[in-house]
Write a protein that binds this ligand. Sequence first.
Ligand code: ARG
Ligand code: ZN
Length: 851
Amino acid sequence: TAVYLKDYQPFPYCVDQVELTFRLQPEATRVMARLHLHANPARPGVNDLRLDGEELRLLSVTIGGRAIAATPDARGLTIAAADLPEGPFVLETEVEIAPARNTALEGLYMSNGMYCTQCEAEGFRKITYYPDRPDVMARFRVRIEGDLPVLLSNGNPLGAGPGWAEWDDPWPKPAYLFALVAGHLIAHSDQITTRSGRQVALNIWVRPGDEDRCAWGMESLKRSMRWDEEVYGREYDLDVFNIVAVDDFNMGAMENKGLNIFNSKCVLATPETMTDDEFARIESIVAHEYFHNWTGNRITCRDWFQLCLKEGLTVFRDQQFSGDLRGHAVKRIEDVLALRARQFREDQGPLAHPVRPDSFVEINNFYTATVYEKGAEIIGMLKRLVGEDGYRRALDLYFDRHDGQAATIEDWLAVFQDATGRDLTQFSRWYFEAGTPRVQVAEDWQPDLAGGTFTLTLRQDNPPTPGQPDKGAKVIPVAVGLLNPNGDEVLGTTILELTEAEQSFRFEGLGARPVASVLRGFSAPVVLDHPVSPETRAFLLAHDTDPFNRWEAGRSLAKEVLAEMVVTGAAVSRPWLDGVARLATDDTLDPAFRALALRLPSEDDLAATLAAAGHVPDPAAIHAARRRMGDALAAALGAELAALRAAMTVSGPFSAEAGPAGRRALANACLALQTRLDGGEAARAAFAAATNMTDRLAALVALIDIGAGAEALAAFEAEWKADRLVMDKWFMVQVVHAPPAELAATVEQLTARADFNMDNPNRFRAVFGAVSANHAGFHHADGAAYRLLADWLLRLDGRNPQTAARMSTAFETWRRYDAGRQALIRAELSRMAATPGLSRDLSEMTARMLG
Ligand code: ARG
Ligand code: ZN
């Protein structure tokens, strides 16, 4: 049964205050809740009180101290209006729950002997009876009783003694921001003084043994707090900020008020155990969760349809932060790579949905790349359209006007309209319509008109998506620059606002025909169709003054060359090889940028590109062509590879900052290529000499990729077998880089190991996320990998539906492929859909994918 946005109504009661008492026991935790309620004037009339509650054993209900008879159903408890007094009243309940048996990792559960919670989106209802919706905001006071040394909840500490602790959160919040943690934990502590002089104690709580892995997370937290003060004028608002690392967690992390809970993979790091990419990811996730304190917690969402209100904005803010710290060009390229790999893929298949959906069956299925990443792109476009100043004014107004509220996308758009005077009616379609627009570009050059007139004609197409056959034109900011034949800019970056189906933009007095650099900085999340010659792409690769588009020129060229190789069996083209080789060896450029230029398009990306061009992608042919392309690049660079690696040597103590990380990225991109030429000699030496995980893993992967990884894998396992986070990488690389025909066997063998634990989402994802990341292996024509994944999703669904549903998106691209593969995948989707007792999560996903 679906929930619809159009059915929204305010909750008939307001909760002024909640007092919760927890008596912790693994199999039988008691939760006593006291809710102070009054009728909501926004919803007059006679209303029953409906409380959400699932998998709770109800022991008692009283109102104003008097027991009342109330029989819960599977999804909650209704108290008849007749049983409710006039005026404010107090409702008390007592329930029993079993955290030790909670394998879904939603609500209160246990992980390695520690208690923790995950309540977003609708997990609080598995803890106690409550109006579990974000527009009900209340002050929480929590008492925890349990035989454990560390007992944490939201807000400020009120008091503690042996076996108990009390917490008080002065800021009203929705139940999804509630958190509780209890266990044998150790704090890595620090402190910060906010701009207005508040002393804040900072702690990262971990299991004993992990205390030396917290320094980077703490540094990231302090940088985030400073940055939000400086850039958004936002200050922290409690006396303590706690972060807890948990091994078993469905997502990356959660922004619970004053008590963020993190997947340990997203916060714990040492140079020996984590790669540079993981350090950067930790920095951005710590920032993301911290930034939620204002965009999410102080201002929250009225209902779950508005999820992008907090997620799109908070992703946008964490992207700005990482760009400020690590360089905007490289960050933008990485973000666009991720957007195309996940969001475009989603938007172009059966799971396409608007950034603000208008119905859902299971809200957990909508924590998607569309809501998060496209949500962030929309904000980037808004900022481009209203300018820095307009953006700042709009955000100030947003914080002013909506602090303490549960808001909507309409509220968000209204602050931009009110602060800048700009009408956003047409722009708002970006929120309400799914699908990736295609923008076609046509050029015209009239040498004799007005001293040389260049015209760009832009045409937009908004393809149909499930439930949305017709769409109007969007407002698309297209950033362009023009270069003269010497590579000098004759027009600096200018925003063209495309608002109609087709529009022309003229540039006069140019003298010579310019080269157009279109969609600079990826100024809108669209597919650009700008037919230009390979020579022009090579020119832009060499000369574009916009770093994003310089990289993009190489990428477009690479995709065209690869597509050509797949479809016609052509050889690798010279302009691409020469252009990329020149860029990679150009010492004036940032090494991180050069490393990105050496990266080949993924097989999945190429499959999507071919499908969009009307071809049926052949995974085996794509795989073979991509390998040929890598070999050709290796051969073209030849001896330069070793020299480049030597030049990129990083000396001194390890630092995870962008500079040294970029040098390692370029060196390791070269190592991968070198390994194609030398049979693994350099990689074996690098593996043995590595002093950090970045270099060690890069060498390992290079060896696996040429089928020479056995020895290094064994050494890696011997060294790290006791470390869950490091071993996840060991599992993952073997699956991602398995030869396509051996993928299924590799997975069978890995999942038979005693250390494959399907209840740990990181381990499950390490293996099965990697299955679909191995494009040619997953789509091997025998269908073995399809069947294997479906088998395991069904097995997981009974224990952890949220992660099972999320991972089922591996199948979302099925309509791209040939009839044989389509039939195989459809059979697996149908088999899952028809399984008795399938979760709401996975049934919604399979139904949507089957269409
Ligand atoms: N709000 C969290 C974040 O973006 C993610 C929580 C996801 N939870 C879920 N049940 N889907 O940081
Ligand atoms: Zn978030």
